[in-house]
Write a protein that binds this ligand. Sequence first.
Ligand code: PLP
Length: 393
Amino acid sequence: MRRVYLDYSATTPVDPEVLQEMLPYFTEKFGNANSMHSFGQEGGAAVDAARRKIAELLGVKPTEIYFISGGTEGDNWALKGCASAYSGRGRHVIVSSIEHAALIGSAHQLEREGYRVTFLPVTDKGIVTPEILEKYITDDTSIVSVMLANNEIGTVQPVKELAAVAHAHHALFHTDAVQAMGSIPVDVNDLGVDLMTFSGHKFYGPKGIGVLYIRSGVKPDKLIAGGHQERTMRGGTTNVPAVVGIAKALEIALRDLDANAARIAALRDRFVAGVKQRIPYIVYNGDEKKRLPQNANFSFEFLEGESILMRLDLAGVACSSGSACSSGSLDPSHVLLATGLPVEKAHGSIRFTFGKYTTVEDVDYTLDKLTEIITTLREMSPLFAEFRDGVKM
Ligand code: PLP
């Protein structure tokens, strides 16, 4: 049976070039990057080089790059670390209502600790506009966090304008660029953000490694005390192979960004056009234009996303309902609900995310299987039968 992976926003395979670069650091160059001896120096030099490479690729200073375990950790650190360190400015924090669970969870934790938290509403296309932020920001807001691109519906947010609003009110601005990095151009200086999170496994690097960019002068509380690593801000023995891997993965992702984005968007567009043409009663969620090239998210009316997902899996196609991190929960997606989609439609939504190893054959195979599955499931659906027979629901 054919196996088709259309869940690149959940994770990506490690690029073989990245793996080659990492391998020596598991075996012959295994030294602790903080040890004084020559083994340690080899590891330390690799970490320094990776930090310099990432800084250069992003146009920032190496001292502004902090290695962390991934997106979840970066989001937690940025929001809670700044809310606490800057509580003197005020105890109000703003996040958008379509953030990844890492930020929503951090915001709820702050709420329990007595902070006032605003979850910004979004438009029906899933966009946070500067006007929305302007309405909710106050002079005691210490930090605003809005993602650069959404993981479920792929909407790209006007982060530059949002950061400007935050700064006009003397608040810090963090963006979760986990889905954006490697998929669309990200110019941290032009965006004007103070902190930015990204994660290696979303752009063909290893899992368990990410970066929090912290602009010079911004000082969140320490994340992990008890070590000298990451300029004492995040203690713990450095994962040298992963650090080497994320730097290489970023280099490749940015080198190939334009070509990959164009190819992937064309595959996604072929898929979207095929679904719209072949399957009735659907909603294409998110914004048609302000959207990541790899993302397509549909609601299939009268159906449950989980049953579609399971049948697609049996046909060899891997995709997701909601974000992978919330799979296992049958709650409708908070992102789709925030766009105003009714609960029953949110329940029937599936995210397809394409990547650099996706082929036209993968897309066409998926379209065939999906059409068959939706038709079969609707034939079995009492809701669809009532609708078809014109019974008022
Ligand atoms: N933020 C966004 C937007 C994501 O999509 C994800 C992962 O899906 C994360 C954060 C968490 O990243 P990680 O898996 O590296 O912890």
